[in-house]
Design a protein. Structure first.
Length: 159
């Protein structure tokens, strides 16, 4: 059974809410990571995301067996793939070597102890479970989130 996100904090674990993202950067990865961090911390949106992922990835599966990637890991990597139009090879490289991506995924630690590595085949197998319908549903939630968070301020018109 896939978990939404591993809640057990281990020694040296960097919490997603504590991740410092360069807000002045115009790079797409930094902007995406900031949005994903905000989605993770906003209960209404992260609940909608997890419900979509659970309905697609957990339905009809036995409650036993070896654990797969967490739903949050799958979601972050799927969004990164869409945003960057990245190949699975590039995605595997980023999941294992890009510190900001690993921090938002919740797998980066301050020390090198307990390093979690993602294999190419594991990433490929998990991300290909998401079909076009699931991706569209996820995108609708993300667009709704973007409209809610990044509303333009209303201007007061003076006569």
């Amino acid at each position: 059974m896939r978990k939404r996100f591993e809640q057990q904090i281990s020694l040296g674990q960097i919490l997603i809410e504590d991740v410092q993202i360069r807000l002045k950067s115009r790079d797409a990865i930094d902007e995406l990571m900031a949005a994903l961090q905000k989605i993770f911390l906003t209960p209404t949106y992260n609940e909608q995301i997890f419900e979509i992922l659970e309905s697609k990835l957990n339905t009809g599966k036995k409650q036993t067996g070896r654990p797969g990637m967490d739903l949050w890991h799958i979601f972050v990597l799927a969004q990164l793939r869409l945003c960057m139009n990245a190949s699975y090879d590039r995605l595997c490289h980023m999941a294992n070597n890009d510190r900001i991506v690993r921090k938002i995924m919740g797998v980066e630690k301050e020390s090198g102890y307990g390093y979690k590595e993602f294999d190419y085949q594991n990433i490929y197998d998990n991300l290909t479970w998401l079909d076009d319908q699931a991706v569209r549903q996820l995108n609708e939630v993300i667009v709704g989130f973007g409209h809610e968070v990044f509303k333009k301020k209303r201007r007061l018109h003076c006569a």
